[in-house]
Each structure stands twice: as C-alpha cells, then as structure tokens.
Design a binder for this molecule. Structure first.
Ligand code: GAR
Length: 219
C-alpha cells in the first residue's frame, strides 16, 4: 500500500477530507505521518483522533531557517513516503527538497492558478472583480505556488460575497478535488514525468476540472 506524508500548518480541513477518504477506502493508501510546523495546529488533533502518527517541527525553535529545513528533510527521508501532500503548509520548501521529491509532492492552492499565487487569494479575486474563482491541485516545483496543475475546481463569485463567504465556497470544493487527485496518484493513474503530467499513461494536454458538480477527467 502506498504511503503518504501530509504537511500542515493550521486547521487541517483538507487533511480531514483526506483522512475521511482513506477511511472510506476511496484512497488506497496509508497516511504514515502528519507533520506540522506549528504545535497548536488543529490538524494535529484531527490526525491524533484518527490514530495517525504526528510530528511537530516547530519552526520558531530553530535560529536558522536551514536547521528547520534539515529537520524536516530528515523526518521525511526516514518515512520515505510515496507521496508528500501539502495541505495548508505555509512554509516554503527548500530547492533541494523539491528536487529530491519533485515527482511526488502535491499542493492545493486556493486560486485558479496561475492567477493569484501567494496569500489572500480570495480578497484579491474579489478586488479584481473576477466572476470566477476556485482552487488548484498541482505538483510542486521550485517557484511558489507553481508546478504542473492536475485539477481545478471553479466556483462563481456572487454579488454579495465577502472574503470569508468566498473562501468557504472554495474550501468545500478543495475537499472534493484534493482527495480525488491523491487517489489518482496513489492508484498509479496520475504521474509526473519530466515535468509533464500523465494520466492513465498518456501525457495530459488539458487538466481535469470540477465545476457545477461535474468532473471532467484530464485529457
Ligand atoms: C486551504 O484553503 C489551502 O488551499 C490553503 O490553505 C488552506 C488550508 O486550509 N493553502 C495555501 O494557501 C497554500 N499556498 P486547511 O488547513 O483547512 O486545509
């Protein structure tokens, strides 16, 4: 059974969606550990309630950034997972780490990439007057919130939306598309080879989309 390590920094609602999908056997994999850089992350409690091994690497306890990176790299190397899942992990991974695991790190970002990389994506989508917004699951490359996109979920921006309402609408969709992409990866349907996404052994020209409760597979 493939093993997954999940990196979090906060609430861990995506983590919960993944835990649930594993429990419901929608994802055939074992979550071997949840690693948090924050000791107070709610996601740690979610993992513990599910009986999953938790590891805290508190970034505030390291004087040099490099020491934190080293501690994280050591833990991940020890676990040697088939897939590393970033689920609201708010630290930038070092280049060497991304290179080492480049074909097996997934991230979810709350925007329709390449739009709105970085923080405050919902606020920026509202400020830009966008009528559509969403979330993207992507393989992780060396630039922030970059790398080949696997699936995007689109939601409408409604007239009276504030940041919180829009964020909640997007988050519901995140909880659908992230377990799906992880299931594809752990079952061998999804691969990254030479920076190209493959689905069912074929190079993907169009990413998967989830819109109005309808899935279109990667083509
Ligand atoms: C999610 O909205 C995720 O897309 C975002 O953080 C939130 C974590 O929520 N990630 C990023 O912004 C990464 N750049 P969660 O802890 O409840 O899953």
């Amino acid at each position: 059974m493939p093993s997954i390590v999940i990196l979090i920094s906060g609430s861990g609602s995506n983590l919960q969606a993944i835990i649930d999908a594993v429990a419901e056997k929608k994802i055939a994999a074992k979550i071997s550990a949840v690693i948090s850089n924050r000791p107070d992350a709610l996601g740690l409690q979610r993992a513990q309630s599910a009986g999953i091994n938790t590891i805290i690497i508190d970034h505030t306890e390291f004087t040099e950034r490099q020491q934190f990176d080293q501690a994280l790299a050591e833990q991940v190397a020890r676990l040697n997972p088939d897939l590393i899942v970033l689920a609201g992990f708010m630290r930038i991974l070092p280049e060497a780490f991304i290179e080492q695991y480049q074909d097996r790190i997934l991230n979810i970002h709350p925007s329709l990439l390449p739009e709105f990389k970085g923080m405050h994506t919902h606020r920026r989508a509202l400020e830009a007057g966008n009528r559509k917004h969403g979330a993207s699951v992507h393989f992780v490359s060396n630039e922030l919130d970059s790398g080949p996109v696997v699936i995007q979920a689109t939601v409408p921006v409604l007239d009276n939306d504030d940041e919180k309402m829009l964020a909640e609408r997007v988050l519901i969709q995140e909880h659908i598309i992230y377990p799906l992409a992880i299931q594809w990866f752990t079952s061998g349907r999804l691969r990254l080879i030479d920076n190209q996404v493959y689905f069912d052994n074929k190079p993907v020209k169009e990413i998967a989309t989830w819109k109005n409760d309808t899935l279109s597979l990667p083509q």
